[in-house]
Ligand binder design. Sequence first.
Ligand SMILES: *[C@@H]1O[C@H](CO)[C@@H](O)[C@H](O)[C@H]1NC(C)=O
Length: 324
Amino acid sequence: MATRPAVRCSPRPRSRGTAAWLLPAAALLLLVVVVLRWSPMGSYPPVSPGGAGPVPNRRAELYAKMARDLDERGAAFLRGGETSQSLTLSDLFGTADDGAVVPRLKAADPPVRANVLYLNPEFAAVISKAVKEVFRPYFDQVIWFQNTSMYHFSMFHASHHLEPIVATEDEIEAEVEAVKRVTKTVCPLKIVLDRVVLTSTGVLLGLWQVESGTDPAEIRSRLRDALPRAPQKQLYDPVLLHTSFARILGHPKLPQERSASSFDHTKFFHELVAQVNGKLHGFQATVSELWYVEEFDVLALALNGRMKVRRLHLGCGRQRNEES
Ligand SMILES: *[C@@H]1O[C@H](CO)[C@@H](O)[C@H](O)[C@H]1NC(C)=O
């Protein structure tokens, strides 16, 4: 059976034993490097609590920068085995006998402990439908759609793979209690979908602005205070509010006249993204839960891996140490 380009391993011969762990590890590292490029930690001053003014502007600037990623780097995920980014995705996914895309789950050791805001499936279903309408005709079996039960916004990690902070069961329960105390002070968020972007690594992201509720920058700051052992370096810019909608794994299926080598893929992707934006720009949602998630597989939230979830309701109560 022919293997699809998206899931083909590197064409170079190599020792199976080494490749089995080296490539996924290298690929993951590169994925992280790409993610970190969007989040130049330290290039922003610390957020002052309650300071609503500059945060939406910073967010808009960050989103404009993320939107330029595809133009600046091109569709790296289409360049077969030649780019690290492409290897990243092909190491995360395989193909089932019926041709369906399936994640290749790999144990996370130690498990990652993530705090994420959770998007109710009633909202996620609307988004997913629009994304599938636009992308499915061209990508059929070389696209992975985020599970609508698992749409989330990464906020703050108590432990991540770059800086693992091993914790006992008791320490984990203490973290959950500390996070619970934070969620009691956090107000539900009304958010609006600002724009959808496709990154050079093939990830379709929703980027959101906040209309009301506790700002993500403030939520992260409170989680930082509540989880003093957490990695100093976090994975995302403090103002970022994003959800992953889909991951493109290979070349689009195009009518003959568009598949010539002169075909401008970047332009084509921009057209698709513009269509999704046309359907979804301005879409409003309410977020009222924060999840403390132990991910037992790498990228479990993204790939339907094994995890343990504590669902915490945003209580919007008064902060105990409020000064003003
Ligand atoms: C989506 O996630 C839900 C909740 O974890 C799970 O029950 C369901 O099987 C997942 N769907 C797919 C297609 O994996």
